[in-house]
Design a protein around this ligand. Structure first.
Ligand code: HEM
Length: 313
């Protein structure tokens, strides 16, 4: 403690108060345990006093906030350990195009389905009228078609894409995992199912989007080019396409709002969300918790590689 501190009566009173409280709280404890707690509190208080001393002006306060955030981030990274790439740059780009187009399609499609709804009027007004709104719907549609073509090429021509597609195929283990997960949620078993690169939930999400895109693009093209369709097909085919488009749009919107938002935003482990769609990485902790089989596979591969390279390399 410096001479200056000794002269500050406010600080002396504060220290006295803290000392009395800590002494009271640790009275019944083992002396070494009490000593440790006292030391911890003392260090924390000194840290806080030091911080107070540093932040006299608003600028200093902002600087201090920034320093604290940085410190916290470093601590978190240190706790989380290594990070693993889950989505590569190509896949992240596809994903961003896909969700941007879906958001555009929902906000420009739903007002056609529910024209009387108050939010619909606001949304149509936002684009400057129904003509512009349907035009933007078609721009969103072109983006979604582009995404679908890009994704198909990716799953055929890239090694990562082919590998992921194979791993996304449902297997009997997924059914067993689903049953075990329900039993775990009901408290019937302690053990959670152990997932590989994709859990049954992620596989369901993937194929639901896949199927949804096929239906929406197929029926949407029929609606877009109705003149051509009516040349070759009876009118009821167009009615069926409209029904498919309209109902699947509702299903997709509800699936996103209920299923997807819960899984990636409101799930207590993830709240308020993850930036994985942007940086593509997950922490070692998440890897062990959510994809333990993949984690073990990566570790085993590394060990094998290190073994092959031999000691001393
Ligand atoms: C997630 C994707 C999509 C959603 C949520 C969506 C939503 C909607 C909705 C709700 C409607 C109104 C249906 C009704 O009147 O009941 C609509 C109409 C329409 N959609 Fe989509 N849509 C999607 C994708 C597409 C795609 C990919 C295309 C084109 C390839 C497309 C083209 C059309 C067309 C042409 C209409 C008729 C209205 C108009 O003239 O704009 N949509 N869409």
């Amino acid at each position: 403690m410096s001479m200056n501190d000794k002269k500050d009566p406010k600080r002396q009173t504060l220290e006295q108060e803290i000392k009395t409280t800590v002494d009271e709280e640790t009275a019944g404890l083992d002396p070494s345990e009490a000593g440790k707690i006292r030391e911890k509190v003392r260090a924390r208080v000194l840290e806080e006093v030091e911080r107070e001393r540093r932040i006299r002006t608003a600028k200093e306060r902002r600087e201090e906030e920034r320093r604290r955030r940085e410190e916290k981030r470093r601590e978190r990274l240190h706790e989380e350990g290594e990070t693993f790439e889950r989505f590569n740059r190509n896949f992240r780009f596809q994903h961003i195009v896909m969700f941007t187009s879906v958001i555009i399609l929902i906000v420009t499609g739903m007002p056609i389905k529910f024209p009387e709804f108050v939010l619909s009027r606001f949304l149509v007004g936002f684009w400057g009228g129904i003509h512009n709104s349907t035009l933007v719907h078609r721009i969103g549609a072109v983006m979604l078609i582009y995404f679908m073509v890009h994704h198909l090429l990716y799953t055929v021509f890239s090694r990562r894409g082919r590998r992921d597609l194979v791993l996304l195929i449902p297997t009997p283990k997924d059914a067993r995992d689903a049953v075990q997960n329900v039993r775990h949620f009901l408290g019937k078993t302690e053990e959670k199912p152990r997932f590989g690169r994709f859990s049954y939930i992620e596989k369901f999400d993937y194929w639901a989007v896949y199927w949804g895109c096929v239906i929406m693009i197929g029926s949407g093209l029929f609606l877009w080019f109705e003149g051509i369709v009516l040349k070759y097909f009876p009118k009821y085919i167009l009615d069926v396409a409209l029904e498919m488009h309209s109902d699947e749009a509702m299903l997709a919107t509800m699936a996103i709002v209920i299923w997807h938002f819960y899984n990636v935003h409101f799930n207590p482990d993830r709240f308020p969300g993850t930036l994985m769609w942007w940086h593509g990485r997950i922490s070692e902790h998440e890897m062990k918790e959510e994809h333990p089989l993949e984690y073990e596979e990566i570790m085993a591969k590394r060990e094998k590689q290190e073994g092959a390279e031999g000691p001393g390399r």
